[in-house]
Each structure stands twice: as C-alpha cells, then as structure tokens.
Design a protein around this ligand. Structure first.
Ligand code: NAI
Ligand code: A1CAB
Length: 268
C-alpha cells in the first residue's frame, strides 16, 4: 500500500507536522494527499504552503478512492468524524487516529469495523525527527501495519506498543516537545540574563539540547554518566546542578509526564 491515497481529516498543527514530514521524506506525494478542514483559514494555509495538496471541507466529497483516513481532529470530535466516514464508505477502509486518549474500542465502534490504528506522534515529525508509537485493532492487516510503520519511520522513530502504554507515550513524547521548548526558552532567558544577545542565546540553547540528545542516542551511554562528565569538581556545572536539584527539576518533569498521561486517559 506504499502508494496509498490518504485523506487527512484535520489540517491543524499535527496534521501539518505529519503531512509536511511525509512529503519531505518522499513517503507520500502531494497528489496522494487530501486535507479536509472546515476552517477556511486553515485551507488557505495549505493552499499557500502546499499548493499541490488538495483541500476540501467535507470528507464525503473526497472519500472516493481513499485508502487511508488519517484523523487529526481534536479528540472530542473523533467519534463523530469516524461515524461520518462509516456512512460515506461502503468497505472497511483503514482508519488511523492520532487523537490523544481515544481508545481503539471507541474508534472501532464508530468506524463500524476493526481496521483501525491508534498513533501518538509528535510535532518534530515536521523536520523528520519525530517520535511515534502505535497500536492496532484486530482488523488491521500486515500490509496496513507495514504502511503505518513506513509512514512514521519516514518522519522519525516508531515503535509498536500495547494499547495500555499509549497514555504513557502521550505523556512523554506526545507532549514532550512542549516541555523541551520551555526548557530551551528558559535556557535562552538565562543566557540573556548573563549578558548574551537573544539570537545567540537561542541558538546555543537549542543546539545544546539537540547535541545532548544526539550524544545520548549515539553513544548509548547513560545520561547520568554524560552529566558527570560535564561537572568538574568544584566547578560551574555542579554549582548549577545543585540549583536544579533544589528547585525540583527532576520531580517536575516526572510529574509533568505522569499528569499528561493521566489527562490522556481522561480524554478517552
Ligand atoms: N499538537 C500536538 O503536538 C499533537 C496532537 N495530537 C493529536 O492530534 C489531534 C489534532 O491536534 P492539533 O493538530 O494540535 O489540533 P489543531 O486544533 O491544531 O487542529 C485540528 C484541526 O481540525 C480541524 N477540524 C475541526 N473540526 C473538523 C472536522 N469536523 N473535520 C475536519 N477537520 C476539523 C480544525 O479546523 C483544526 O484545523 C488531536 O486529537 C491531538 O490529540 C497528537 C500528538 C501531538
Ligand atoms: O496537548 C494535547 O492534548 C496533544 C496530545 C499530545 C500533544 N498534544
């Protein structure tokens, strides 16, 4: 199903990140994609940024010949959207939902079949550095599984998980880009406070996060060990680490992931 025709329902932040990443990776061509969004400003954004990608207001006008419906609307809208698709198509077409918290059972009940995949992607998919996990319902074929793996591998890393791990994935990597952006912004503020011009502070902050993540992944060394390698005895880093421990950075991040995961469960 490599050349699948995909209708993306919801052309907002995450739809843009995923489709942008799929186009950039070459996984999908513009003429295989249609974006459905009732918001005219959103369709205008697509027309300007991706003029070769078709847009429309209603799924029913674009459902013919569709191989995959990718649901990228807010979680509370997903049941109605899935039910609308079920009324429009007369065969069990693959439905992929990226909505936080919405369980496979709800998706299957409204889609009217079990050829359904639940995905939790994240926004760095836009630049090919996403982190996604997915789980599948009983009607999903090996070919469907391969399709979603290839689609997500084209925009970052991908893992298949049990459905009961999806809320945890949401709390960590789904919401995670927001935590890290906060960290980058705050690090840059610190640099400005210490006397750096804002653009340089932002570049140093972002590159430090990027480089550290790359080092963790490429060396396979424990982050604690890599942290120790930065902290000289009696030096600057250990003085700063003491502040972060006193201010509870670890606990704050652990609680953030746990709270997002719990919220994901509530959304369903
Ligand atoms: N933003 C993120 O970082 C992530 C979001 N998600 C999930 O992605 C989904 C979308 O989130 P965002 O893109 O952030 O929201 P968003 O608000 O940016 O985009 C949603 C889009 O859906 C459109 N829409 C509303 N009703 C519609 C309908 N009936 N048919 C078609 N389109 C309709 C809206 O006009 C809007 O453009 C959510 O379910 C969220 O849980 C998952 C992972 C990460
Ligand atoms: O905030 C949210 O609900 C979505 C799900 C994961 C990231 N953003």
């Amino acid at each position: 199903m490599k050349k699948a025709n995909v209708v993306v329902v919801g052309g907002g932040q995450m739809g843009r990140a995923l489709v942008g990443g799929m186009l950039a990776s070459g996984f999908a061509a513009a003429d295989q994609l249609t974006i459905i969004d009732p918001n005219p400003e959103c369709r205008q954004w697509w027309a300007q940024q991706h003029p070769d990608v078709a847009t429309g207001e209603q799924v029913r006008d674009h459902a013919a010949g569709t191989d995959v419906f990718l649901l990228a609307v807010k979680p509370y809208l997903v049941p109605d959207v899935a039910a609308g698709i079920a009324k429009t198509v007369d065969r069990p077409t693959l439905v992929v939902s990226i909505a936080a918290g919405v369980p496979l059972k709800t998706l299957c009940d409204h889609a009217g079949h079990q050829r359904v995949i639940r995905v939790m992607p994240n926004t760095p998919s836009l630049v090919g550095a996403g982190a996604s996990a997915f789980c599948v319902a009983a009607g999903v074929t090996d070919e469907d599984c391969q399709w979603i793996r290839q689609a997500l591998a084209g925009v970052g890393t991908v893992a298949q998980v049990a459905e009961n791990q999806m809320d945890a994935v949401t709390g960590l990597s789904g919401s995670g880009p927001a935590y890290i952006c906060l960290v980058i912004e705050a690090l840059a503020d610190g640099g400005v406070l210490a006397g750096l011009p804002r653009p340089l502070a932002m570049t140093l902050a972002a590159q430090t996060v990027l480089g550290t993540a790359k080092m963790v992944m490429e060396t396979g060394r424990h982050p604690g060990e890599l942290k120790d390698a930065v902290a000289s005895p009696g030096g600057t880093t250990i003085a700063a680490l003491k502040v972060l421990e006193e201010k509870g950075l670890r606990a704050a991040l652990i609680n953030a992931v746990e709270t997002s995961a719990r919220r994901s469960g509530e959304l369903g």
